[in-house]
Design a protein around this ligand. Structure first.
Ligand code: ADP
Ligand code: MG
Length: 327
């Protein structure tokens, strides 16, 4: 069946059973607006991200299940980067009328399972038809105590710069997909990113991070956002960058610069944060507790400017168009 046959209200009826009844929801899907009760004493954080067919995804490279999960994951990552707890989401879709339910049902399944995994309730959205491609807009609300919310602007000279997980895999995965490969860890990292909400929340609750951002544009650009908003500079040691074995194995044959993809590839959805040097041990044990590497890759400086140091200690000039090496 296509959407044209199902119709807008038929579609909403398919979505309703997936919305469930979450804590704090007094009115879910079905009225003109949803009603929710915020946890007393907490501030609400609101974020939105749009995914456009042909710009952010290609339905010949991703499964609809992965796409549904990713469209919420990228929003969860923004809430993680604030150190907040995700709560309620709105899902707005512009769908080509020829779109089949074989695509839409798994898309909704992917979205719903990601929501359940993170305790998020779908409370509404909007649906319309699209004459171009499939367009997905997700809004996510979270909450946190105001004194625990971690902004981009809090980095202090002497703070260490940490990154979770590994960087560059998603960009490597996209490169491999475009070259016709379909399997492997990097490709999974690109198609099915896992947001770091547990880590982000714990960093906030323990007051460990002074500034935080999630890596969507690329490590160098996103660190740049922290530095600009904190009015500081930094030194980054390239030999400390956490690169996966697959990245180390594959990138040398694809590019003459090992670090370009890791620095500018983007879509890692790892957390990049700064913390005082004396919190090192606590960060180590938090990292062990959540089973997620947190690697010290550099240090915040008082003066502005971002200095990259090569493994041999010489200054490194980033290939700003590193990604172009591959296309
Ligand atoms: P209105 O015309 O007042 O905007 P709609 O018919 O668009 O109302 O929506 C009816 C209900 O269905 C609302 O509760 C809305 O939030 C919900 N809804 C519509 N589209 C979606 C969607 N894609 N995902 C989740 N809920 C949706
Ligand atoms: Mg509407």
């Amino acid at each position: 069946m296509t959407l044209k046959e199902l119709g807008e209200f038929g579609l909403i009826h398919r979505i309703v059973p997936r919305s469930g009844s979450g804590r704090g929801v007094t009115l879910g899907i079905g009225d003109d607006a949803a009603a929710v009760i915020p946890t007393p004493g907490l501030e609400t954080l609101i974020t939105a991200d749009m995914l456009v067919e042909g710009v952010h995804f290609d339905l010949t490279l991703t499964t609809p299940l992965e796409l549904g999960a990713k469209s919420l994951a990228v929003n969860l990552s923004d809430i993680a980067a604030m150190g907040a707890v995700p709560r309620f989401t709105l899902l707005s879709l512009a769908i080509p009328p020829t779109f089949s339910l074989e695509l839409l049902d798994p898309f909704l399944d992917g979205f719903t399972s990601m929501a359940q995994r993170h305790g998020v309730t779908l409370v509404g959205g909007d649906t319309c038809s699209s004459r171009a491609g499939f367009v997905i807009s997700v809004t996510l609300m979270g909450e946190q105590r105001s004194d625990r919310i971690i902004r981009r602007s809090g980095a202090i000279p002497g703070d260490r710069i940490y990154v979770t997980g590994t960087v560059g895999d998603s960009a490597l995965g996209l490169t491999l997909l475009r070259r016709g490969e379909r399997n492997g860890g990097a490709i999974i990292r690109h198609l099915a990113p896992l947001p770091r909400n547990e880590a982000g929340q714990l960093l906030a609750e323990r007051g460990m991070a002074t500034a935080m951002i999630d890596i969507s544009d690329g490590l160098a650009a996103d660190l740049g956002h922290i530095l600009t908003q904190s009015g500081r500079g930094a030194t980054l040691f390239l030999d400390r960058l956490p690169l996966s074995q697959e990245y180390r194995d594959r990138v040398p044959a694809l590019a003459d610069d090992l670090f370009a993809l890791a620095l500018s590839g983007g879509e890692d959805y790892e957390l990049l944060f700064t913390a005082p040097a004396d919190r090192q041990e606590e960060i180590r044990s938090l990292s062990a507790a959540v089973g997620l590497p947190m690697t010290d890759i550099g240090e915040i400086a008082a003066a502005s400017g971002l200095l990259f140091l090569s493994p041999d200690g010489s200054p490194y000039t980033p290939t700003s168009r590193g990604f172009d090496h591959f296309s």
